[in-house]
Design a protein around this ligand. Structure first.
Ligand code: F3S
Length: 424
């Protein structure tokens, strides 16, 4: 791999042991990928926090040990300096306020708080959400980033036109200390053209529609780049957030184009560049219905857990949930958890939405989600969610049955204890 003089000096230890370890990791990682060089990044979104029981025995040796082992793949403990570039923490395993409801051991909750103090002293911004782009981390078009979290990566590449591969704990840990990441994959303009044309023969409008379309496309193109034609309604941040999260769950989609809407292509021709489409995929009412049926893993209509907020809810989603719950009560046999970034929760608190949700018997959570924390209310058998991603993962992770539907269907299930959702 070709290195600049500065990168070579970091590798040789002239800028401290931590940067030397980080550069060693990046060079090994980049060479394994066939990258010929590194690229500068000023935007890292990773997972640094010590919030899982498996990290506890490492944390007992100090947080430098945690970073060295989990974020730098280093057997030797190195002293971790301030991050070299703007860096944020993605989602964690624990809500610092609701850890008791999650059933978290108090010692683990305290360890997370100590870990956050350590990270904050080193310049890690504790956004604690899978949607950093909803709370201020919005890279500009063409910006090279080093992000983890599949739903954030696809949003970053497609909606913002910034550039990232789906990174891991180690590569983001090294990127944060050096401001470098291997130049390959989606950093390279030639790898960002479309591979498949997806023709929409039906209207895709509300959030559930976009989730279903994403889930269908993920299966259809797997890890390739779909280009959508026939979008009838302008999608919002929320709809594209759900679309991307679903496509990155049923498949490994990290980028898509909607010509005229996403920023790298105004036309179908621009979306494909010199590439010839590998095929055309049609999505109509039949495919929509089949996808809806495929997502459902539940057969029992008695629901005992409703999860809303995967990816983490925007403020307008929290407002809608509060509106639908106003003056009502969650069924005594059902738990309702609403997930939103902590920064958005403050606005929701101030706007009175959290009070309405709590008065109805729901819980507003931040910092985490059930799929990442692997914590659900005890005894849950059947869940309902408005997220295709959560419906995809949670039944496998938590051995529960899952219903997927609109936010209205989910709120009705929370209130009645019964799933009555469906699709036309
Ligand atoms: Fe976010 Fe958890 Fe969903 S990390 S995207 S809420 S599975």
């Amino acid at each position: 791999m070709r290195l600049t003089d500065y990168e070579r000096a970091m590798l040789d230890g002239a800028h401290g042991a931590a940067k030397a370890r980080a550069m060693d990791l990046l060079v090994r990682y980049g060479e394994a990928l066939g990258a010929e060089r590194l690229v500068e990044t000023n935007n890292v979104a990773g997972a640094f926090n010590a919030s899982t029981p498996s990290v506890r025995h490492i944390a007992e040796q100090g947080f430098d040990r945690v970073y060295s082992e989990l974020n730098l793949d280093s057997d030797e403990t190195v002293e971790i300096p301030r991050m070299a570039v703007p860096t944020c923490q993605l989602i964690t395993g624990i809500d610092n306020d609701n850890w008791q409801i999650q059933g978290v051991d108090p010692a683990l909750a305290e360890m997370q708080k100590q870990s956050e103090r350590y990270l904050g002293q080193r310049g890690v911004n504790l956004m604690a959400t899978c949607t950093p782009y909803q709370v201020g981390n919005v890279p500009v078009k063409g910006e090279h980033c080093a992000w983890m979290e599949s739903s954030a990566v696809i949003y970053c590449n497609s909606v913002l036109g910034a550039r990232t591969n789906c990174e891991g704990k180690e590569s983001t840990g090294a990127a944060a200390l050096t401001g470098r990441i291997p130049y390959w994959g989606y950093h390279m303009p030639e790898n960002r053209f479309g591979s498949h044309l997806v023709e929409l023969d039906t209207q895709v409008d509300d959030m559930m529609d976009w989730g279903l379309l994403g889930y269908f496309i993920g299966y259809a193109v797997e890890e390739d780049i779909p280009v959508l034609r026939g979008v009838s309604h302008q999608p919002s941040l929320v709809k594209l957030k759900h679309f991307g999260a679903a496509a990155a769950s049923s498949g490994g989609v990290e980028m898509y184009h909607i010509p005229g809407i996403t920023p790298e292509a105004d036309t179908i021709e621009e979306a494909f560049g010199a590439r010839r489409p590998a095929g055309t995929i049609r999505y109509g009412r039949k495919e929509r219905r089949e996808t809806y049926e495929k997502i459902q893993s539940a057969t029992d209509s008695k629901v005992d857990f409703v999860m809303l907020g995967c990816p983490h809810n925007s403020i307008e989603q929290v407002e809608l949930i509060a509106h639908l719950l106003e003056g009502r009560r969650v069924h005594p046999d059902v738990q309702l958890w609403v997930h939103t970034p902590r920064a958005i929760r403050q606005i929701a608190d101030r706007s009175g939405y959290c009070e309405v949700i709590r008065a109805a018997g729901g819980v507003v959570m931040s910092d985490t989600c059930p799929a990442i924390s692997r914590r659900l209310p005890p005894g849950v058998r059947v869940i309902a969610t408005d997220s295709a991603k959560q419906a995809h993962y949670l039944p496998a992770i938590a051995r529960v049955q899952g219903w997927f539907g609109s936010v209205r269907d989910c709120v009705e299930a929370a209130v009645s204890g019964q799933w009555r959702g469906g699709v036309q």
